[in-house]
Design a protein around this ligand. Structure first.
Ligand SMILES: *Cc1c(COP(=O)(O)O)cnc(C)c1O
Length: 496
């Protein structure tokens, strides 16, 4: 216990702080130097690599009871965790849908942890910054300043916040007091058949159940079919349900399709429904000068979920829920127990930020977003969004120019679905493309994911990455065709 000391009262006390900060300072400088190198050289490393057994073993070790030096702890982290990343900060990571982080944001997370504030609320600077970042999100989307919002763990939680306010507002009873069992007519929510899986989790968690979310068919562009939506609402009313909420997609996860947001706003208004927009992918397109017209109408929503850890490239995690009717938002969550009552002055004066969501303690997520927005300016993020959308168009052109590749459809934003097509069909074609996708990962070349669109299997490239260059996309096309030829020639068809 070299950090223990004797008190004047004769007690032995210890703390997590070192008695000598010099050592901490030296290790910390090394951590920062290594971190800068790590990002500077990210392009030279494989996107992803399988962990060897001796690395996996490290994470099976049991609880450490005795101390190690900070330098030794950092050394182990450096050899294990830092050496085998998911890869989403790499310029050729295009799987699923995530941002690629940024150094300033990482510094923000570090400083937030150093300050250590709890953003449950209170009268302190971090609280004001948290509210300011929410206000900046409203500004980026053209949402009214009078609306409310909260920073949450991500888009899933942001959607659940919106759906909760929708349920409580449209239930016709006091759901908080009586629960969903007290709702007279079962509520119905609507979204397209392309809706993200988090809405299902949300419906389940809200006690409404998966079946209360009606999946409406989509058109050829995978946008919600408005006539089918109207018909479903009428059918439900006639059958004794209470249509409560329509969820619009500003960018679907499969293909980036953007529903007719203006049309949905009008329909919701006419039918008396809550209009929630899942803007986890596309809400921030409102910042992008060349593409913002694509999400026009988003500002008409009753609530919006957006995801700064996607197109603002904030380090995980940070999502944001915005709600037009601030009073409805607050009354869906606020509880003031005696130990959280406000005082007229001092630290506990003012509103509690945790009155706008489910968490009591909240992390200081705002700082990483704030610092990156201040440093680069919001306009740069808008240009980077335009850049990714243009890159998706470029990749689609490259795919169309290559006879062995097939494009699913022209990309609507930054998601490109395609496959290697040597004249196969069905399971054989799916197996061949799955093998190409896995080889791309295992050889550390690129990380893609796959999906099913209109019943067909496709490789999927989501370019949400400020490090991607056109040359990376050229390399992808070359490597997919090389691996495709190799796999097909290797007797792959016979094995299937
Ligand atoms: C990513 C995403 C979500 C979920 O957001 P998380 O930040 O992963 O929780 C929801 N909807 C869409 C359309 C998404 O792309």
């Amino acid at each position: 216990m070299d950090d223990a000391y004797k008190t004047s009262g004769g007690l032995t006390e210890e703390t997590l702080d070192p008695l000598d900060w010099g050592d901490v300072q030296a290790v910390s400088h090394r951590v920062i130097d290594d971190a800068v190198d790590y990002l500077r050289d990210v392009r030279d490393r494989p996107v992803w690599q399988e962990m060897p057994a001796n690395v996996k073993d490290v994470f099976a070790a049991s609880l450490p009871r005795s101390p190690s030096s900070l330098a030794a702890v950092y050394g182990e982290v450096s050899r294990t965790v830092m050496s085998y990343p998911m890869g989403n900060i790499h310029p050729r990571f295009w799987a699923w849908y995530m941002g690629s982080s940024n150094f300033t944001g990482a510094l923000g997370d570090f400083l937030a942890a150093i300050q250590g504030s709890n953003l449950g609320g209170g009268n302190h600077a971090a609280g004001l910054m948290d509210s300011q970042v929410v206000n900046w999100c409203k500004e980026m989307l053209g949402f009214p300043a009078s609306s409310s919002g909260t920073l949450v763990s991500g888009g899933s939680m942001a959607n659940i916040i919106g759906l909760t306010v929708a349920r409580n507002t449209k239930a016709g009873i006091d759901v908080r007091e009586h629960g969903v069992a007290g709702i007279e007519k079962p509520l119905r929510f609507y979204g397209s058949d392309q809706i993200h899986s988090c809405h299902r989790k949300g419906m389940e968690a809200l006690g409404l159940g998966n079946r209360a979310l009606r999946r409406i068919p989509t058109d050829a562009g995978l946008r919600i079919d408005m006539a089918a939506l109207r018909a479903a609402i009428a059918e439900d009313r006639a059958a004794g349900f209470r249509p409560a909420c329509v969820i619009g997609n500003a960018g679907t996860v499969n293909t980036g399709a953007i529903d007719d947001l203006r049309g949905l706003a009008k329909l919701a208004h006419e039918e008396g429904l809550w209009f929630h927009v899942d803007g986890c992918i596309g809400a921030l397109i409102a910042l992008a000068p060349r593409n913002k017209h694509r999400v026009a109408g988003i500002e008409l929503a009753d609530s919006i979920a957006l995801d700064p850890h996607k197109w603002l490239h904030a380090p995980f995690e940070v999502g944001c829920a915005l709600v037009r009717d601030a009073a409805a938002h607050r009354s869906a969550f606020a509880v003031t127990p005696e130990y959280l009552e406000s005082t007229p002055r001092g630290l506990a004066s003012g509103e509690w930020l945790n009155d706008y969501g489910l968490q009591t303690s909240r992390g200081f997520r705002a700082l990483k977003v704030w610092m990156a927005l201040k440093q680069h300016g919001a306009d740069k993020f808008g240009r980077l969004i335009d850049q990714n959308i243009a890159q998706a168009g470029y990749l689609a052109d490259l795919i169309e120019a290559e006879p062995l590749l097939e494009l699913a459809s022209p990309p609507s934003i930054n998601i490109v679905c395609f496959r290697y097509q040597p004249g196969l069909a069905g399971q054989a074609l799916k197996a061949l493309n799955t093998e190409i996708m896995l080889l791309l990962q295992e050889q550390g070349i690129a990380t893609l994911s796959d999906t099913t669109v209109h019943g067909e299997h496709w490789l999927r490239v989501a370019i949400n990455n400020h490090r991607t260059r056109s040359t990376d996309l050229e390399l992808l096309v070359r490597e997919v065709t090389r691996l495709g030829r190799q796999v097909a020639a290797g007797g792959f068809r016979r094995e299937q």
